[in-house]
Design a protein around this ligand. Structure first.
Ligand code: GTP
Ligand code: SPV
Ligand code: MN
Length: 588
């Protein structure tokens, strides 16, 4: 008898008309076979994978994408709910019937001359009751190999699915990589995503943003949990006590770096559990527990180096897992290694840029694409927490939110309680980055760092956050940070490893060891409460980093109100009241 999975695969085969079908088993032999094929196959006249120097970067391969396909495309991403307002003003919307028709027309016969890969995978630890079963279809070997790094691909997923029809369906074809024929369509009610025309991470690795966040957030709304754009870390103090944090920052705003922080203080250690996505449940004991549904990092290369992020450099150079990918970095031809701005101070002499041209520094453009990325297994990470695979997840004591802001937002502040913390997170603004196509550096609202990833109306999402707080008995503290404040175009705070000073202050707050100063926007650290021992930073700079400029904030509330107004009465009353209070305090 055919299982629902068999039926789905047959249906896809009839739709796509591939030359062959290959169901992935997850074995190492399979990986070797696929890597060998990818090294011999071309797309757009470019070899799909090239082997890199194995002494410097073990098991590593280089991939150069179509230059039109280097980032998420938010304007081509849709949430197709039966009623438009279910998707909300935060999403592009199409009627599900129309969207499916459009996609099926693109899919029809699209795999002629290609192999259809069937990728059974699990998001979350296999033994976890919070984990979810999924199947992705793709005609991209690069996507198939990337999925093997990013999720738990293979036979165990087929076994887990068994005779059930309850699994996520992710249907993907790169088509002809044409931005005019590129769509990423989500159908939350059908547990389904259809994606065409892109091979880029967030558009094509459907377990990641599409399932774990957009569909996941909708499932969480239905089932009473949260799917968030968050890192998970455990901070071990010299007395070996571990405090677990979640951290949400918009794309390319420092999550991966914070997830692999090498503390500046002796005796402390950061344990890594996740760098991009967290699924959060309130357990029977009334506490927040988080799991990372992913199994790898799809991280921004530029800025990653031995001084800024030594743990990531060690991860990339580790040989535990049998496959690491580098996409759209430059290549140093002298030793066949991937190269990007920030990995070394000197630009190599014989460098090929991300588009395959000889690099000419004098043109003033970066050699690596600003959104060039590596795809690497979490098991390569030397600071991987022993709790990573814990089916229950880890208990959370603090949630850190952040954005990338030249001005206005102080280095750190704390919310008074859960609901004012939800307000604080709902008003996050951040400068856009190269992680999504479009203009870089313009400030937009990005609540909870979820603007591009919330699969339903964000007004309902805010209410869901407030409700989850009522369900829990022990609530994490909520903090807001900004590592990116600038003065004369220079970062005022050194960032990276030095961010640990702020984390240490948060632990002091969680343990009730230090007081706070009340301000219009929240609770600020007391004078000298952040340990600056060993750091050369002027007092005026610290004062400015921890101050609130009322005039700047008056402009900020205008943007917040504009954003809130888009959602009309979907914005919870409590949040409207906080905004009103804030305006009063600022004398707006
Ligand atoms: P996504 O994978 O897109 O979700 O991004 P992310 O939030 O994981 O961003 P990531 O940690 O990769 O950082 C993005 C960029 O910000 C990189 O170029 C980093 O070098 C830079 N960055 C990270 N932390 C800091 C910091 O504390 N200060 C400064 N100035 N830059 C930072
Ligand atoms: C992001 O853009 O937030 C990423 C990269 O983490 S992607 O998976 O492509 O969305
Ligand atoms: Mn991300």
């Amino acid at each position: 008898m055919l299982t629902p999975m068999d039926v789905f695969v047959k249906e896809m085969q009839n739709l796509f008309c591939p030359d062959g079908v290959y169901v992935m088993d997850g074995s190492q032999r399979e990986a070797e076979k696929l890597i060998a094929i990818a090294q011999k196959s071309e797309i757009d006249g470019k070899v799909i994978l090239k082997k890199l120097n194995g002494q410097e970067y073990p098991n590593s391969y280089y991939h150069r994408s179509n230059p039109n396909d280097v980032a998420r495309t938010e304007h081509l991403t849709f949430v197709c709910t039966p009623v438009k307002n279910q998707a909300g003003p935060n999403n592009n919307w199409l009627d599900p019937k129309d969207a499916k028709e459009k996609m099926n027309n693109l899919f029809k016969g699209a795999m002629k001359g290609r192999i259809m890969y069937v990728i059974p995978f699990v998001m979350g630890a296999l033994k976890s009751k919070y984990a979810k079963n999924c199947i992705q279809i793709t005609d991209s070997i690069y996507v198939a190999l990337s999925m093997r790094i990013m999720s738990r691909v293979g036979k165990h997923a087929v076994e887990r699915i068994g005779n059930s029809s309850d699994f996520f369906r992710g249907i993907h074809s790169v088509g002809d990589v044409n931005p005019d024929r590129r769509f990423i369509m989500h159908f939350p009610q059908d547990n389904l995503v259809m994606s065409f025309g892109s091979g880029y991470g967030g558009n094509a690795l459907l377990g990641k943003k599409c399932y774990s966040l957009r569909i996941g957030s909708y499932l969480g709304y239905q089932e009473g949990w949260l799917a968030e754009h968050m890192i998970i870390i455990g901070v071990e103090a010299p007395d070996h006590k571990i405090t677990y944090f979640l951290g949400a920052f918009p794309s390319a705003c420092g999550k991966t770096n914070l997830a692999m922080l090498d503390p500046v203080f002796k005796g402390y250690k950061v344990w890594t559990l996740g760098d991009d996505i967290a699924w959060i449940n309130v357990d029977e004991d009334g506490q927040f527990y988080a799991i990372n549904p992913e199994a790898g990092f799809f991280g921004v290369a530029p800025g990653t180096g031995f001084t800024t992020s030594p743990v990531m450099m060690k991860t990339l150079k580790n040989d535990k897992f049998f496959l690491t990918l580098f996409t759209n970095t430059a290549v140093d031809n002298s030793n066949n290694t991937p190269w990007w701005e920030g990995v070394s101070n000197e630009v190599p002499l014989d460098l090929t840029d991300w588009q395959g041209q000889k690099y000419n520094e004098s043109l003033g453009k970066p050699a690596a694409h600003p959104n060039s990325r590596f795809t690497v297994s979490i098991y390569n990470c030397p600071t991987l927490s022993p709790e990573y695979d814990n089916p229950k997840g880890v208990p959370i004591s603090g949630i850190i939110f952040g954005g990338r802001r030249k001005s206005t937002i102080p280095l750190v502040y704390e919310a008074k309680d859960w609901s004012s913390g939800v307000f604080t997170a709902s008003i996050i603004g951040s400068e856009t980055t190269a992680a999504a196509s479009g203009q870089v550096g313009t400030v937009r609202r990005d609540p909870m760092a979820m603007l591009p990833f919330c699969g339903y109306n964000m007004g309902d999402y805010f209410q869901h956050w407030l409700n989850i707080g009522k369900k829990a008995k022990k609530l994490p503290k909520i903090f807001m940070v900004n590592w990116f404040r600038k003065d004369n175009d220079e970062f005022m705070w050194p960032g990276y490893r030095e961010n640990f000073r702020v984390i240490k202050w948060m632990i002091d707050r969680i343990e009730g060891k230090t007081g706070v100063i009340e301000s219009e926007i929240g609770l600020l650290p007391q004078e000298s409460a952040i340990d600056l021992n060993g750091l050369n930073i002027k007092k005026e700079i610290m004062d400015k980093l921890l101050s609130i400029d009322k005039e700047e904030w008056k402009k900020e509330v205008v943007m917040i109100e504009e954003f809130y107004n888009k959602f009309g009465d979907k914005i919870p009353k409590d949040l409207r009241n906080y905004l009103k209070e804030l305006k009063e305090k600022l004398e707006v």
